[in-house]
Ligand binder design. Structure first.
Ligand code: FAD
Ligand code: NA7
Length: 484
């Protein structure tokens, strides 16, 4: 297998996909090196091995979301009889240092794990010299590495808009979780899930976020649910500047940031002053440093197109994770794709990654999770006449005593109208949305039908049981709000 190469496999990128692939390949006897290198942000933020999820993605995001939920819970606690000071305030620097300490411990465990598992970790920036040769830029100089097989798992980084002041004065999700000062009044530009999540936890922590929306909220998600997410955030006091794009960012003499922006419908130009401007306008695949042309690998926009076995147009070069074109950009997707690829390469497996019906959660203050098709995609695929949508608002028991708003607690099931009434999509807004949807995702993948869902006995009193109580269809026109 080894031929004359230094390694059987070189994985470029030590994030979710790369690490899982490298570790699995070693477990099946391959000789593996894994390169990981992080270029600092314009602000100078950098981090250790582990990739986006661990350092500047899922993990710090969930911790800050949790911090903001805890603040809310403390206020609710008073209604439940706890004697708490209602004027609590978070300590941003303490939160950041707790989050960063956790991340550093994960970086450490990752390095130890790689050493124990005998994956050679190379802290260097990889670029192809020819189809079997990589040059790694290390602190100590360049190193040339050859391998029989390559897996590209370089992920992506946030984009900056092409407007004056964007790079000098703006930050991104790459900086927010380690910011050394309070963000204060923050303009969050972009209404994808990252923008909404950041605005959500900033509000919960007591800052003043505003969300700037160019077109629609949560493109790619079920739009009824997306609008509920936005409405729930607005109800909590987060303003949304709609149909608006930024024009420039200038630093004032007092250090605050003057942002000029334009309403794309009316052409009206306006401005406001913020302490922080956070770009959440999407991510760019990190193909540029790879010199892919030296290996003959073709790119598609800033991504790499692969076939159903994650093979690029060059047979011994594969790609997994966020860098591949047209697949969900989520950690568990990258992890499973990387692991299955390693098994196909080194353990005689034939199992391929299934990118369909991947569940996901938007960790906004009121969370949203879903699995399967959005209502509009179901209608597009099967036709409106073939789709039945069951839906209902509900009131979580624990919301009553603190009198929390139940206005946006809502579930819906998008299903086949006739035949076995197959469930195509499940959508949930409410507490612990990811925990609720994860199990239903397994059911949906196993062919869940509406009769099975109706025959499932709920766990009372939970919010997840609302899926077993769905009885009103949209087609009926009946009121989906509960009586009491
Ligand atoms: P990455 O994890 O990005 O790893 C790629 C690594 O390769 C990086 O360390 C990079 O620096 C390195 N690299 C790049 N180029 C080179 C090179 N030439 N040589 C060497 N190394 C290189 N997903 C979820 O499932 N749930 C969530 O809640 C969630 N929240 C998120 C929140 C935020 C703010 C962000 C930004 C992302 C979030 N994601 C979430 C997405 C998730 O983080 C990614 O899908 C996942 O990290 C992708 O893994 P990957 O292996 O493809 O790439
Ligand atoms: P997304 O989901 O790509 O969302 C980006 C958001 O930013 C979206 O609302 C865009 O509006 C908006 N956008 C994009 N470019 C601009 C400019 N130039 N000005 C203003 N607003 C803009 O990115 P996220 O960062 O939330 O998520 C990153 C990835 O993780 C994403 O690709 C997911 O697949 C997973 P639009 O709808 O395009 O008008």
């Amino acid at each position: 297998l080894r031929g004359n190469y230094d390694y059987d496999l070189v994985v470029i990128g030590g994030g979710s996909g790369g690490l899982s692939c490298a570790k699995e390949a070693v477990a099946h006897g391959a000789r593996v090196a894994c390169l990981d290198f992080v270029k600092p942000t314009p602000l100078g933020t950098k981090w250790g091995v582990g990739g986006t999820c661990v350092n500047v993605g899922c993990i710090p995001k969930k911790l800050m979301h949790q911090a903001s939920l805890l603040g809310e819970a403390v206020h609710e606690a008073a209604a439940y009889g706890w004697n708490v000071d209602d004027k609590i305030k978070p300590d941003w620097n303490k939160l950041v240092s707790s989050v960063q300490n956790h991340i550093k411990s994960v970086n450490w465990v990752t390095r130890v794990d790689l050493r124990d598992k005998k994956v050679e970790y190379i802290n260097g920036l990889g670029s192809f010299v020819d189809p079997h040769t990589l040059s790694a830029k290390l602190k100590s100089g360049d190193r040339t590495i050859t391998a029989q097989t390559f897996v590209i798992a370089v992920g992506g980084r946030p984009r900056y808009p092409n407007i004056p002041g964007a790079v000098e004065y703006g930050i991104t999700s790459d900086d927010i979780f380690s910011l050394d000062h309070e963000p204060g009044k923050t303009l969050v530009v972009g209404a994808g899930y990252i923008g909404l999540e950041c605005a959500g936890f900033l509000k919960g922590l007591g800052y003043e976020p505003t969300v700037m929306v160019r077109s629609i909220v949560l493109r790619g998600f079920d739009q009824q649910m997306a609008n509920l997410v936005a409405a729930a955030m607005e109800e909590r006091g987060i303003p949304f500047l709609r149909k608006t794009v930024p024009l420039s960012v200038e630093k004032q003499s007092d250090g605050r940031l003057l942002v000029k922006y334009e309403n794309t419908e009316t052409g009206e130009v306006d401005s406001d002053v913020f302490d922080t401007v956070l770009w959440a306008i999407g991510r760019k695949g990190l193909v540029d440093d790879l010199n892919l042309h030296n290996a003959g690998v073709m790119t598609h926009k800033d991504k790499i197109q692969v076939d159903c076995e994650e093979t690029t147009n060059v047979p011994h070069i594969y790609a997994v994770g966020d860098i591949i074109y047209g697949k969900p950009e989520l950690t568990p997707v990258a992890v499973l794709a990387g692991r299955l690829l390693a098994r196909r390469l080194y353990a005689d497996s034939e199992l391929r990654m299934d990118y369909v019906d991947v569940a996901t959660t938007v960790f906004t203050p009121l969370e949203y999770a879903c699995v399967g098709l959005s209502e509009e995609d179901a209608v597009k695929t099967y036709g409106a006449e073939e789709i039945e949508v069951f839906h209902g608002y509900y009131k979580p028991t624990e919301f009553f005593i603190p009198q929390k708003s139940v206005r946006y607690c809502y579930v819906k099931a998008v299903a086949q109208r006739s035949g076995e009434q197959r469930v195509y999509g499940l959508h949930y807004m409410g507490p612990v949305a990811g925990e609720v949807i994860q199990g239903f995702a397994a059911a949906l993948k196993s062919g869940l039908t509406i009769p099975t869902l109706m025959n499932t006995v709920g766990i009372h009193p939970t919010t997840a049981e609302e899926f077993t109580r769905l009885s009103i269809t949209k087609r009926s026109g009946l009121d989906p709000t509960p009586a009491s």
